[in-house]
Design a protein around this ligand. Structure first.
Ligand SMILES: Cc1cc2nc3c(=O)[nH]c(=O)nc-3n(C[C@H](O)[C@H](O)[C@H](O)COP(=O)(O)O)c2cc1C
Length: 309
């Protein structure tokens, strides 16, 4: 028996529920020596802004217990170069390309969404709302349900592409921002982005990262991410894409059982560049070994013995 790994994410049908996470998989093309993009449910490319960005100065990455802190500073080629140089190559592969989008203002988000809407080969847009809003004194879009609703509404108008809003875990109650995204027409929500943290060089008594703080990712955050995924999956009706510290299939299963329809693999790709494909294969093995015909039987199958959280 070959198990059916396909899942539906709003208007999209994925051949399996495993995507790569933004910022950990370049523009996909860098990974062609290591895997077939056709073996993934889809790929999420590095966050795109209206103009190219060089990002922060080094140090930009530091290893931490069971994870890493990064302050790359959203380095990217810009949306125009992505469309002109990367997309034609990506179109040669049968995979769904999610374009991750960010901006410093609402108008910048809209600008990038409009350009992607006209581009051939983009399957969906994922909004990274973990960016400081320069018009609102540096407040992070995604930390405030009102600001998140505004930017989601504006982007919803700017593109016909399926819209995923990627939620920040750096909030008191992630269900509030999930509801705001759903209320403004998001086709799905993805979570979690990185947790803000810092590391200190005790000899120099300085922050290790030039940016002082960074985003924590990797297995260290997995239990937090699974918990938030479960909370959000019980709150919204749109599909949830779960991520945070997924290294192998068992980790992905935690998110799926908690209610995620799909998952993303991020930091693990820094260790094995084909981690996401390994996770997809492991899910297939899991189903086959247990005689489970479809992955959809797993999604949201958590038993809590009647105990509410
Ligand atoms: C080096 C690095 C760069 C990232 N860049 C982005 C980005 O551009 N846009 C975004 O939405 N998330 C970005 N993220 C967050 C990841 O997509 C993901 O949400 C997070 O790392 C948690 O998953 P993981 O523990 O599997 O890595 C980045 C993460 C890392 C480690």
């Amino acid at each position: 028996m070959t198990p059916d790994l396909s899942v539906t994410l709003g208007p999209l049908r994925l051949r399996n529920p495993v995507l790569t996470a933004s910022g950990t998989f370049g523009y996909g093309l860098e990974f062609l020596p290591f895997l077939r993009l056709e073996d993934l449910g889809g790929i999420v490319v590095k966050g795109l802004s209206p103009r190219p960005r060089v990002g922060n100065p080094p140090e930009r990455i530091v290893e931490t217990p069971a994870g890493m802190l990064n302050a790359i500073g959203l380095q990217n080629v810009g949306v125009d170069a992505f469309i002109e140089e990367k997309l034609p190559e990506l179109r040669k592969h049968d995979t769904i390309v999610f374009a991750n989008v960010f901006g410093a203002t609402e108008a910048e988000y809209v600008d990038v969404c409009r350009k992607l809407d006209d581009a051939h080969g983009v399957g969906a847009v994922e909004l990274n709302v973990s960016c400081p809003n320069t018009e609102a004194g540096g407040m992070i879009f995604g930390n405030d349900p009102v600001a998140l609703a505004r930017v989601t509404r504006a982007c919803r108008k700017a593109t016909r592409l399926p819209l995923v809003v990627k939620l920040s875990p750096n909030v008191t109650d992630i269900r509030e921002t999930a509801r705001a995204a759903e209320g403004e027409g998001a086709d799905a929500v993805s979570l979690v982005n990185t947790f803000v943290g810092m590391a200190i060089d005790v000899e120099r008594r300085r922050p290790v990262l030039a940016n002082v703080s960074g985003g924590l990712s990797g297995p260290a955050i997995r239990p937090l991410a699974v918990w938030m995924t479960w909370q959000v999956a019980r709150t919204v009706k749109v599909p949830v894409i779960g991520m945070g510290g997924i290294v192998e299939a068992r980790d992905a299963l935690e998110f799926l059982i908690a209610g995620a329809t799909a998952v993303q693999v991020g930091t693990a790709s820094f260790i094995h560049p084909d981690s996401a494909v390994r996770v997809a294969r492991g899910l297939e093995d899991h189903l086959r070994e247990r005689g489970i015909p479809t992955i959809r039987e797993i999604v949201g199958s958590l038993e809590t013995g009647g105990r509410p959280a």
